[in-house]
Design a protein around this ligand. Structure first.
Ligand code: XLS
Ligand code: MG
Ligand code: MG
Length: 413
């Protein structure tokens, strides 16, 4: 084996990327409501046990790279772009202006803004801590993010409560903490109503994002379902303005079927925004890029969303692996993530239109016909016994669509 000299490695990666083929043009990619977060582009590969492996990526660097790839929207936490001690003042607004310029220069729009309420030491006891000054500060931060959102033309504000939970039991009174958390969201929505008037824009869509574990040991709103209950709990002043930003992996982490979790959000008309990535059940929030672990499940998720006309953002909330270089982040990681998403989205269209799946689904819904006595359990069971084999047949057909067998692709031994 011949070693690959360092000055030829990028060229090798590029050549093999081209050899893979099947990439969409930036124009095609821009037709989809895909957003690239600043934090995903700038993630340097660090974690609890990991030192960073990559260099910093600037605001302009991320936006320019997204523009070239064809990622049409950009999203950010407040402190991804504004140092904590520069928030609220003139320096913040100068940075916001810089961001707008970079977005304009590269043909991107800001879709979403979110407040970091988990990293800084001030959030040690959560954004809904006992101390009123912490909660007042949290409200200021949320209102400020809404303001930045209006300034940048965003449509969505996301809330991942992060440290809303505890490590040791008994000290925190959960119902009180949840009421305090609602106060923060209420302040953000009230501010939004005022700012929307001022900027002559619609109010933002406020989207809650659940994660079952991390960063605290116990989380007070661990799932999208818990958040739905919170939205309808009576604690929110504007429940109509608040919905969900489920994250694919966050649902998988607690053992859910992500498709079923999304269905429950759809039933309530609360699926506002969707963080897309992949990973493993009952494990950490590894944020692997979409489709690399569970492509069949992803196909199923997109069939559901397409058939319900979901038209919100698909936010690339994943972490390029720490083995990927700074060059690789934009040459391999982002374009391939976008292209797998588009491919799966198009396959979902194939699945919806597939004549075999259609006929099987219709037959299942028709059942075997009425039985003479509607209480005759044996007759009812017998009546559609053979039809039920279609469940597995449909799953097989979805697998065929995933591997292209429905288009005549076959393997020979
Ligand atoms: C963290 C979350 C975070 C949110 C936005 O696990 O996924 O990245 O999407 O704060
Ligand atoms: Mg997320
Ligand atoms: Mg995650």
């Amino acid at each position: 084996m011949t070693p690959v000299p360092t000055n030829q490695q990028q060229a090798l990666v590029e050549r093999l990327m081209n050899a893979c083929g099947g990439s969409y043009s930036p124009e095609v990619r821009r037709r989809y409501y895909i957003s690239g977060p600043q934090w995903a582009a700038a993630y340097p590969g660090h974690a609890l046990f990991h030192a960073p492996t990559r260099d910093d990526v600037s605001i302009e660097g991320a936006i320019e790279a997204y523009g070239k790839i064809g990622i049409p929207y950009w999203a950010t936490h407040d402190t991804d772009v504004i140092p904590t001690d520069k928030l609220f003042g003139d320096e913040q607004w100068a940075i916001v202006e810089r961001i707008q310029k970079a977005l304009d220069n590269n043909g991107l729009k800001c879709s979403m803004v979110t407040t970091e309420t988990f990293h800084h030491a001030v959030w040690a006891a959560s954004p809904a801590a006992e101390a009123p000054e912490v909660r007042a500060y949290a409200a200021e931060r949320l209102k400020n993010t809404v303001h930045i959102g209006h300034k940048l033309g965003a449509q969505f504000a996301v809330y991942w409560p992060g440290s809303l939970g505890y490590f040791v039991q008994g000290a925190v009174e959960e119902t009180e903490t949840l009421k305090w958390y609602a106060d923060g969201l209420n302040a953000a929505c009230d501010a939004d109503i005022e700012l929307a008037k001022q900027y002559n824009r619609p109010t933002l869509k406020h989207c809650m994002e659940a994660k079952p574990f991390e960063p605290q040991a116990e989380i007070l709103l661990p799932t999208s379902d818990a958040m739905l209950a919170f939205i309808y709990s009576g604690l929110l002043k504007h429940p109509d303005m608040v919905g969900l930003n489920p994250e694919y992996l966050h649902e998988l982490m607690w053992g859910a079927a992500p498709r079923a979790a999304l269905a429950r959000a759809l039933m309530c008309n609360k699926l506002f925004h969707f963080d897309i990535n992949d990973g493993y059940r009952l494990k950490h929030d590894v944020d692997i890029a979409v489709g690399l672990v569970n492509p069949l499940d992803w196909l199923n998720v997109l069939v559901l969303l397409r058939s319900h006309g979901y038209n919100g953002p698909f936010n690339l909330d994943y972490k390029p692996p720490r083995t990927t270089s700074n060059h690789g982040v934009f040459a391999v990681s982002f374009p391939t993530a976008v292209d797998r998403f588009i491919t799966l989205w198009e396959m979902a269209g194939d699945a919806i239109a597939d004549p075999i799946i259609k006929e099987a689904t219709t037959a299942l819904r028709a059942g075997g016909g009425p039985v003479a006595d509607p209480r005759d359990v044996d007759a009812i069971t017998r009546n559609n016994r053979e039809l039920l084999s279609l469940h597995e047949l449909i799953a097989h057909r979805l697998f065929q669509i995933l591997i292209g067998a429905h288009r005549g692709r076959h393997y020979m031994v």
